[in-house]
Design a protein around this ligand. Sequence first.
Ligand code: NDP
Ligand code: MG
Length: 381
Amino acid sequence: MKNIVLLGATGSIGVQTTDIIKAHPNEFNLYAMAFGSQVEVAKPIIEELKPSVVIVKNNEVKQALLPHITGDVTVYSGLDALNEIVKDPSVDLVVNALLGSVGLEPTLEAIRARKQIAFANKETLVTAGHLVMEEAKRYGVDLLPVDSEHAAIHQCLRGENRQDMKQMIITASGGSFRDRSRDELIGVTKEDALKHPNWSMGAKITIDSASMMNKGLEVIEAHCLFDVSYDDIDVIMHRESVIHSMVEFADQSVMAQLGTPDMRIPIQYALTYPDRLPYNMSSGLDLKSFGTLHFEELSFDRFPCLKMAYEAGREGGSLPTVLNAANEEAVQLFLNDKIDFLGIEQAISDQLEQHDTIQSPGLDTILQIDQETRERVRQRY
Ligand code: NDP
Ligand code: MG
């Protein structure tokens, strides 16, 4: 029985993680959960899975939640509580399904406590990948990827000699605007952007998919998780989202992982690794219903966010921190109707241009640059 702490329990990945926990009651126990402010989403999870500890964003949310709590549940609030709970001796597995760079410090704490980590929170790796991976190496902790592309690559590399890998090929569905030209992006609404063709996900990542920044963040995530050079990471458009990613080896063999676009499959993989458990919450992959799978080149001119992510990743240092912070704020401004869709890439490129990269930044520098970048983006609009 694994005792799980689930960070981001009320989110898209968080709720799907609770589906996996419920489906395997003899394998997993939800020991603790953390969320921001969605009390209504949290209530049924707390009632059914009875965690011992619940952590919320602030005291206001705590006061809203407390009247609904029955039984032996302790409620804490604030970021410090997140950093503490991941170190709790009762915890075997930390699932980081937080959104944004708020997940950085809890990730570092979980690594230092040598916990097994199932990891969805890509912004943390983009903002401070070198720090996270250094600590993971030092403490001998594996980050098990939840992101479907990285879970695919992890599976393609199982049992392989890493030196034999030639390149990774990350697939992209193309997001909600894949068939529009750049001119046709002028004036698109957030409702249009939130209609993803293949996946049902949280709002931020759905916008990131439409701008292709999600793929850019995933390229940096792959660079960090698998210690692979940017020259050896390719991205192609694959509309059907059946192949979740591929690895090409020195002998030109290409391994691919296929599956239905259901995030609960990679979530379960990360929770049960190195074992595999049965899964029956969606019907399996029916290749005959697809008939044909398509692959297309992704152009940097059409998707400048992908280009900016490669450039920031290659430059390294503090530049990916700026990329991530500017993107998180710009997407929020777009979701709040403060800027239009093309304003997102403009806000990011403005911040990247004015930043003087600091090489090998420490945690304090990263947190400071993250805050300063966010403030600059917010002040501009
Ligand atoms: P959501 O926005 O749906 O969920 C985010 C979760 O984080 C919510 O539970 C939210 O709480 C919680 N949260 C945010 N801020 C805080 C805080 N300060 N303290 C405590 N909890 C907080 O995001 P997703 O589930 O879509 O994405 C989560 C991560 O997984 C992202 O990094 C994303 O890129 C990645 N990912 C997501 C995929 C998907 O299918 N959704 C696929 C692959 C990767 P609340 O809502 O209650 O405020
Ligand atoms: Mg993904």
